[in-house]
Design a protein around this ligand. Structure first.
Ligand code: NAD
Length: 340
């Protein structure tokens, strides 16, 4: 029997998780919840998704006027589901948790919520087993997910003594017209370190990591400048081989002539990836260097999509559908074209 998944919150992350769920042969999408009918609802209806209203009393006449069928309330949707993926805006997940608690439904939250709310934060490669059988789990943010993948790969191969990361963050998503900056570089936060290091430690508590973050005027991906001190003195080839073991870590060959996040996003579009998404960590192979106990590299992170496969694996872990993380990750990656 397929596990029934409901999507509460259908924005940047929610719409991508919904499409990914619909592609899994061991999952069925019960529906999505929207606050109002708009172009996203129009597209979802075209895909045949059942659309539920977060507040049906307020929304009913609007759905009627738009000609979008309303399948019921989000509570009706949640009732039908085995598990809810909550992708509502930061902080709203905490409100929604009260509903899931009351209705006895397991739920996944996103990185905008606090670790303490679930007590379990998730990254498939790094701590899949911790989520097995849990009722509430948080999939960490886009930046933290990418860092967890990379940190786990390097730590299991060489042992990390210390990690130092500078994150250059996109100002907003392409549709986030109210975010910025539009013409400045903003240390965010100015106080150091940034919260990203402690957030990695919610998944990998034994890692020593310090992070600093700056926001810049772009919507095309984040970029991390990463420095590890490791046990021993690996060669550059050994580092490359350690990274090649993971499909979610993509080494961009130098000859691809990819010089920026602009090129990476363009490649996603010309590859015909759904929505142009690049769900892998995009590591510039030419940046990877090893010197003594130091490893350095640049990686770009597509904020809108890297957490999508993590949500799918998290569903499998929580519902006990697959005990072996590699098997779940393989299945997810194959269905989404990751690493192809
Ligand atoms: P978003 O604003 O694009 O989408 C949120 C959607 O939820 C909107 O469609 C909104 O109308 C809807 N919504 C509002 N109130 C709701 C409610 N009570 N119930 C159900 N739906 C409701 O937000 P997003 O960027 O997709 O972020 C969602 C979560 O994912 C946040 O926790 C965020 O921190 C996290 N996240 C975002 C990114 C990113 O780059 N956008 C990356 C990783 C994680």
């Amino acid at each position: 029997d397929k596990v029934k998944v409901a999507l509460n919150g259908y924005g940047t992350i929610g719409k991508r998780v919904a499409d990914a769920v619909a592609l899994q042969d061991d999952m069925a999408l019960v529906g999505i919840a929207k606050t109002k009918p708009d172009y996203e609802a129009f597209v979802a209806a075209g895909k045949g998704y059942d659309i539920y209203a977060v507040d049906p009393v307020k929304a009913e006449s609007k759905f009627k006027a738009a000609g979008i069928p309303m399948a019921g309330s989000s509570k009706d949707m949640i009732k039908k589901a085995d598990i809810v993926v909550d992708a509502a805006p930061s902080g709203i997940g905490a409100e929604n948790k009260k509903i899931y608690d009351k209705m006895g439904k397991p739920a996944i939250f996103q990185g905008g919520e606090k670790h303490e709310m679930t007590g379990t934060s998730f990254n498939a490669a790094a701590n899949y087993d911790e989520a097995i059988g849990k009722d509430f789990v948080r999939v960490v943010s886009c930046n933290t997910s990418a860092l967890c993948r990379l940190v786990y790969a390097i730590d299991t191969a060489f042992g990390i003594k210390n990690a130092l990361v500078t994150l250059v963050r996109r100002g907003g998503d392409p549709d986030d017209i109210k975010r910025g900056p539009i013409n400045a570089i903003v240390p965010d936060p100015i106080t150091l370190p940034s919260h990203h290091g402690p957030d990695v430690q919610t998944v990998l508590p034994h890692i020593r990591i310090s992070t600093a973050a700056l926001k810049v005027p772009t919507t095309l991906m984040h970029t991390h400048s990463v420095h590890f001190s490791v046990d021993g003195t690996p060669t550059r080839d050994q580092v490359l081989n350690a990274l090649k073991k993971w499909r979610r870590l993509w080494l961009i060959p130098g000859w691809f002539n990819i010089k920026s996040t602009g090129d990476i996003m363009e490649m996603g579009r010309v590859l015909g990836r759904p929505k142009g998404d690049m769900m892998e960590n995009c590591i510039y192979e030419d940046s990877v260097s090893a010197d003594g106990d130091s490893i350095e590299l640049f990686q770009a992170v597509h904020q809108e999509s890297d957490v999508i496969p993590e949500n799918i694996d998290c569903i499998r872990a929580m519902m006990g559908m697959e005990k072996d993380k590699k098997k779940s990750m393989d299945r997810t990656d194959r269905s989404l074209g990751i690493g192809d």
